[in-house]
Design a protein around this ligand. Structure first.
Ligand code: ASP
Length: 347
């Protein structure tokens, strides 16, 4: 008989562990040590569970690189003794945290499955129980001891997604996430049905590399008709800024008659890396398709292919934490590092 899989549940906050504050009525994360009391079902799983928590669990709107580092450290410290990790996290910024950890852990050989809920666990109709139970089950899946999932994923409602491909699509429905540019990796019904696309499971003899340096000096500019050049100038002039994610129209297009492109050119000439991602939910940037995108290409804006803005923010923080040379950042950004995008020359 196979030994029971060891899974660490890491609680970081979010609705799943929140209760209504007595004074204000607003939802606030609480200490989660009583998870077992709230969920006696956990004891019936054929796994050996252990628990950890961020020192201060937060609503995920308060997540920052400091919390990502704390999560990273907990995973690093427990990596050799655990078979997998389930991270309980608020839904609002889950795709950012999942993306960040996917970049921060290089050569991951075990599952890191994020999940959470739209209703707190102590609410009778909560979606949290199902999500936790299936996330644990997925984290325990293996073939002859080799974990089936060897990447950072989000499991929510019934689907398993690659974390750095995911976006939050609903503030109220139980199916809160989607990965519009990559089909889900698995679907949980009566059985767990594995779809194509998981990173190929393999026996890994080496520990992953845990990267602890992130540089948060990035900004996101969302274009809209009528955006003023002075707004773009102000962002580009932020002291220390190293990279800008430009959320453009359609396949990577921008207004070109109002001085925006000139501001971006000055920023790029001054050493700021600018990457173009689309505001569309799906599809990819092709800067050379229209003259309004070509103008960006010509000044050295990097096309971000089909990467999400969430993953682009985290990839840039990771790369700026590693490299100061902008050409190096550009070369690395172009690579598909953790399955986060199609490369520009992929079909
Ligand atoms: N505001 C909550 C959070 O992201 C929402 C949730 O968990 O669903 O922490």
């Amino acid at each position: 008989m196979q030994p029971r899989r060891k899974i660490l549940i890491l609680y970081t906050g979010g609705t799943i562990g929140s209760v209504h504050d007595e004074k204000t009525g607003a939802l606030k994360p609480v200490d989660f040590r009583n998870l077992r009391l709230l969920m006696p079902e956990l004891d019936r799983l054929e796994v050996e569970l252990s628990f950890a928590s961020l020192q201060t669990p937060v609503d995920s709107s308060d997540m920052s690189p400091a919390e990502w580092l704390e999560m990273l450290q907990i995973i690093d410290e427990n990596y050799d003794t655990q078979d997998g990790f389930v991270v309980l996290h608020g839904t609002d910024t889950m795709p950012y945290s999942a993306s960040a950890l996917s970049f921060m852990i290089q050569g991951l050989g075990k599952p890191v499955i994020f999940t959470g809920s739209q209703l707190p666990l102590n609410v009778i109709r909560s979606d949290g129980k199902e999500n936790i139970l299936t996330a644990v089950e997925i984290a325990a899946c293996n073939e002859n001891g080799i974990p089936k999932v060897q990447e950072v994923c989000i499991f929510f409602q019934s689907k398993l997604y690659r974390g750095n491909r995911t976006v939050k699509i609903s503030a109220e429905h139980f199916n809160a996430f989607d990965s519009p540019n990559l089909p889900p990796l698995a679907q949980a019904g009566v059985h767990i049905e594995w779809w194509k696309g998981l990173h190929k499971p393999r026996k890994r003899t080496q520990r992953p590399r845990f990267h602890t340096r992130l540089n948060a000096a990035v900004a996101v500019i969302t274009l809209f008709p009528g955006i003023q050049a002075s707004v773009v100038r102000a962002v580009c002039a932020t002291p220390g800024i190293g990279g800008i994610i430009l959320r453009s129209f359609g396949s990577g297009n921008a207004p070109i008659k109002d001085g925006i492109v000139e501001e971006l050119k000055a920023a790029i000439d001054g050493g700021i890396f600018v990457v173009n991602v689309t505001q569309c939910l799906s599809g990819r940037v092709e800067q050379e398709k229209y003259y309004t995108g070509k103008a960006l290409y010509d000044i050295g804006v990097e096309g971000g292919s089909d990467i999400t803005a969430e993953a682009a923010v985290c990839k840039l923080m990771y790369l700026l934490g590693k490299h100061t040379d902008m050409e190096r950042v550009r070369r690395e950004f172009r690579k598909n590092l953790r399955g986060e995008m199609r490369k520009n020359d992929d079909e």
